[in-house]
Design a protein around this ligand. Structure first.
Ligand SMILES: [Zn+2]
Length: 468
């Protein structure tokens, strides 16, 4: 058999790996959008480096758009097989794809000359959505939910088993057992792994008996910041910003995963009576609201602590100070109101979404804090903020940065270098024939590779192909 890396190869986004068995049977693992260079979005995502109608099976590890976002396009170009994933991933993915299409349509309108208040770079592409809503419906119809830890025999050659990866609700690692030419070979794909001891999701589950492993390495090059008490950290920022100075604590957060961890942490503080009663907490992202409902619906997939919590306190996310903002008018109002508050809004890297206006309205307020709670890829506005510039450009206009810019890893959805090594050890990696590192920048992957005590650790580049 043969594996070819068509995405997340020496970069973080665009996960897509093609496995071709000797019989010609083709399995695609993930089909994500490539966001590495916004000017190349069209070029990187519109066409596939293979014929979509020749793929026999698609496995989706989790709903995040850099793993799922190009599936409707794959379908529009002829893929008509099943999409194997976990149960929560079906609904989460549908919501994320609808949101992603909406973002693409907004981009299209911008390029037709409509107003774009947050514009800060010139994009040359004549952006057009990659697919239509009908292709999202077809994606949902094609999804087949598998249980975790129950092998599924696809045919004489191939058996699939999903393992819980942590990371976000429903995230899976996948083990493929392949029988060909009288031999059995076992491959593992981690998808995105979760941070150990996360607030809501379980720890990553190791995959036993592997010959080859394709693993993410997002934070392979570094260790998370030592602050590991999420409740204490949030309380510290709320007291220092909202209580002491009457400012706003603005937290950019991904709608799927991060927002729920933050709101759950605030609920824990509320139950303990530690959350100041006068401080309003706003969650302001339509996608995050839909996702939060799914976290409640599928709570049997969450960790033991979260499940015990629901038995004791009813639900995971509601508490008296929490205000859920549905429409954009209310979003503007909460941004402009002078009273102290916490605003949790998407998108996490401050590329698109309602968070942009909240940042615009508070970046020059010396009493406010912008708390970056996750990974911000180079070139994103979140990354620019973290560089500590005294001035940034929004809508081509300079804005002085007087707000405090802070960052924390305490809500990270990925393991750091120690966590990744723990996962490899749990998978008994020294008995593997080869490890492929993907989903990381080259620098991180090289640092991680140096830590792995195995002769064959490969950092595949785009379109690199290997016979296994
Ligand atoms: Zn992910």
């Amino acid at each position: 058999m043969n594996i070819t890396f068509y995405g997340a190869a020496q970069q973080v986004t665009g996960s897509m790996h093609l496995l071709t068995l000797n019989s010609g049977y083709k399995v695609l693992i993930d089909c994500g959008l490539d966001y590495e260079n916004r000017n190349d979005f069209e070029k990187n995502n519109r066409n596939f480096p293979f014929l979509p109608n020749e793929i026999d099976l698609l496995i989706l590890t989790h709903s995040h758009i850099d793993h799922s976002g190009n599936i409707p396009n794959l379908i529009s170009q002829g893929y008509n097989g099943q999409i194997i994933c976990s149960e929560p991933t079906v609904e989460l993915t549908t919501n994320l794809l609808l949101d992603s299409l909406n973002v693409q349509l907004i981009e299209t309108r911008k390029h037709k000359g409509k107003k774009n208040k947050f514009k800060r770079v010139n994009t040359k592409s004549d952006a057009k959505a990659l697919y239509q809503k009908v292709h999202i419906n077809q994606t949902s119809d094609a999804m087949v939910a598998l249980a975790f830890n129950k092998p599924f025999i696809v045919n004489d050659e191939l058996t699939i088993e999903l393992f819980e990866a942590g990371h976000i609700l429903g995230a899976a690692s996948v083990k493929l057992t392949i029988h060909e030419n009288g031999e059995t070979k076992v491959l593992g794909f981690t998808g995105d792994l979760g941070n150990y001891n996360s607030k809501l999701v379980k720890d990553p589950t190791p995959m036993p008996g592997l010959d080859y492993l394709v693993t993410e390495s997002t934070y392979g090059g570094r260790l998370h910041t030592p602050h590991n008490d999420a409740e204490a950290l949030l309380l510290e920022y709320i007291n220092a910003t909202c209580v002491k100075y009457g400012g706003k604590l603005v937290i950019p957060a991904f709608s799927v995963g991060r927002t729920q961890s933050i709101i759950f942490t605030l609920k824990q503080l509320s139950i303990k009576g530690l959350l100041p009663e006068t401080i309003k907490i706003y969650t302001d992202s339509p996608l995050a609201i839909k996702t939060t409902r799914l976290y409640d619906k599928y709570k049997k997939y969450l960790n033991e602590e979260a499940q015990l919590f629901t038995k004791e306190h009813g639900d995971l996310f509601n508490f008296p100070n929490l205000y859920v903002i549905e429409n954009s008018k209310d979003s503007e109002l909460i941004s402009l109101t002078p009273e102290p508050a916490v605003i949790v809004s998407a998108a996490g890297m401050v590329e698109g979404g309602r968070i942009q206006e909240h940042i615009r309205n508070h970046i020059s307020d010396a009493y406010s804090t912008i708390l970056i709670a996750g990974f911000c890829a180079e070139g994103t506005f979140g990354h620019e903020l973290l560089m500590g510039k005294p001035m940034v450009f929004i809508n081509y206009k300079p804005k002085q940065v007087y707000a405090k810019i802070a960052r924390t890893d305490v809500f990270s959805a990925h393991p750091d270098q120690d966590g990744l090594m723990k996962f490899l050890n749990d998978c008994n990696y020294k008995s593997l024939k080869k490890i492929f590192l993907v989903h990381g920048d080259l620098n991180s992957m090289q640092k991680f590779k140096d830590k792995i005590d195995l002769e064959s650790v490969v950092l595949p580049a785009y379109e690199d192909s290997f016979t296994l």
